[in-house]
Design a protein around this ligand. Structure first.
Ligand SMILES: [Fe+2]
Length: 250
């Protein structure tokens, strides 16, 4: 079932004027705490997405080193499992292939929306999924350490990452769920396959689907939410992307 997103923030007020920065910040953080994501629309010309992200934390370099990336179909990437084409992406958390903490937030905003069907970013709450598991399964996902691989597209670009992490990690500032249906190395572990499939089923039943207008911006808590993408046909679709590091509580 596809749900409409219900954590929505207008950056223009009821008089048609840009919302004040302080109010936007307060509403943003309360929606983020409640839902794990915020979808911002009616974005005025004066809004600066990079400055907004800087207030959330330090930027984490993307695979090529860029701090503000582009998500748009790239030539020669069609054969790969990769964000830089028009194909669907499986539900995943960002940065499961990093050695350390995954980015706390991921921000995506729309430079050019796609025409035609598809192209939605989909999102579901992995903490809600973990809460549906038996205590024994949750404990297993905390204790068992897995090897994770990077995508074949990144290997093609010469990056071969193999960090080791559990699926569920407790951090003083929150629970981290790392997830990849296809890039967690299952080895001879018979218990993990059904758990990964269960998370994917949960995602399919509970996700919201975000369709962007020009300027719209999505930010989600990447320790809590899984995301994916529906396939699309319009190769003019262009999003921009920032990964934001966790900021230690003072
Ligand atoms: Fe992603």
């Amino acid at each position: 079932m596809v749900r409409e997103p219900d954590s929505l923030l207008s950056l223009t007020d009821f008089n048609g004027a840009p919302m004040a920065e302080d109010m936007v910040g307060k509403t943003f953080h309360s929606l983020m705490a409640r839902h794990g994501y915020v979808f911002m629309s009616s974005v005025p010309e004066t809004f600066d997405p990079v400055a907004f992200c800087k207030r959330l934390g330090d930027f984490v370099p993307q695979y090529t080193g860029v701090l503000v990336g582009d998500v748009t179909p790239e030539p020669g990437m069609d054969e790969f499992y990769h964000a830089g084409n028009t194909k669907p992406l499986y539900p995943h958390s960002e940065g499961y292939d990093f050695e350390g903490l995954p980015p706390r937030y991921l921000a995506l905003w729309c430079e050019t929306p796609n025409t035609g069907a598809g192209g939605e970013t989909t999102l579901a709450d992995a903490h809600a999924w973990a809460a549906t598991l038996d205590e024994a399964d949750r404990a297993y996902l905390r204790e068992r350490i897995y090897r994770w691989e990077t995508t074949d597209a990144m290997r093609h670009l010469g990056l071969d990452l193999n960090p080791e992490h559990p699926v569920i990690e407790d951090h003083p500032d929150g629970t981290i769920v790392r997830y990849s249906f296809n890039n967690l190395v299952r080895g001879d572990d018979e218990r993990i396959g059904p758990l990964l499939a269960d998370a994917k089923d949960h995602f399919e039943r509970h996700h919201v689907a975000i369709q962007y207008q020009r300027g719209d911006m999505l930010v989600f808590d990447n320790w809590r939410m899984l995301h994916a993408r529906n396939a699309f046909t319009d190769t003019g679709r262009h999003l921009r992307r920032i990964q934001i590091a966790h900021r230690q509580a003072p």
